[in-house]
Design a protein around this ligand. Structure first.
Ligand SMILES: [Ca+2]
Length: 212
């Protein structure tokens, strides 16, 4: 109570004692300190674990599939092929899918192949599409049979597919190669084949041809 600017003490007020004693720190001095927080136990939700596992599996699958897909291009694009000129033959080694001798010969691996046992010896062989030209307008497509000799694939035989034909796909069935392609009908210009056929080739030559 305020009276004429002075404070008149009417009694002693005692603050009630707190029911809970203040926290004393580790030093026991009674100073307030922040008690260490107890970390809640950490755990991984089963759903999160499954998601991480799925992502890892997907990434691994992509990696493996790319490695598997890249291998044939590296093999068939860096192998020695035998090229024929009438009675002559020449061995050329492709590097990164090509062999170029300007003004003379150009060989390209065409990124199509199929595996199979083409000589029936139990070892897996390959049939590979490549093109050949001398720098003019002609582009001659050939199917190379690469026979497994037990250690490596060796170019042993070649089937001529045509000049400026269009190759859609190669498939293997019972040791033969089925090629879905466009070849020339009567009246077609060389740059515009229009006749769609499935030709069947086997090691040592063409065996059949059917129009589709
Ligand atoms: Ca074989």
């Amino acid at each position: 109570m305020r009276l004429d600017g002075n404070i008149r003490r009417t009694g002693i007020f005692i603050h009630p004692r707190p029911k809970t004693a203040p926290f004393k720190g580790a030093d026991g001095c009674g100073r307030l300190s922040i008690p260490p927080k107890a970390c809640p136990p950490k755990g991984v939700e089963p759903g999160a674990l499954a998601l991480v596992g799925s992502i890892c599996f997907l990434l691994l699958s992509i990696f493996v599939s790319r490695c598997y897909a890249a291998a044939p291009a590296e093999i068939f694009g860096n192998i020695t092929y035998v090229i024929y000129y009438g009675p002559y033959e020449e061995k050329v080694k492709l590097i990164d899918g090509k062999y170029e001798m300007p003004g003379y010969i150009y060989i390209y691996y065409k990124d199509k192949y199929v595996y199979g046992d083409f000589n029936n010896d139990g070892l897996r062989d390959a049939a590979v599409l490549f093109s050949e030209s001398g720098g003019g307008s002609g582009t001659f497509y050939r199917l190379a049979f690469l026979i497994n000799d037990g250690q490596q694939l060796v170019h042993k035989d070649t089937c001529y597919l045509g000049d400026r034909v269009v190759i859609y796909s190669l498939k293997e069935r019972q040791g033969k190669v089925f090629i879905d392609m466009l070849t020339h009908a009567d009246g077609d210009c060389m740059a515009g084949p229009s006749k769609r056929v499935t030709n069947i080739y086997e090691y040592a030559g063409i065996s059949d041809s059917t129009s589709t």
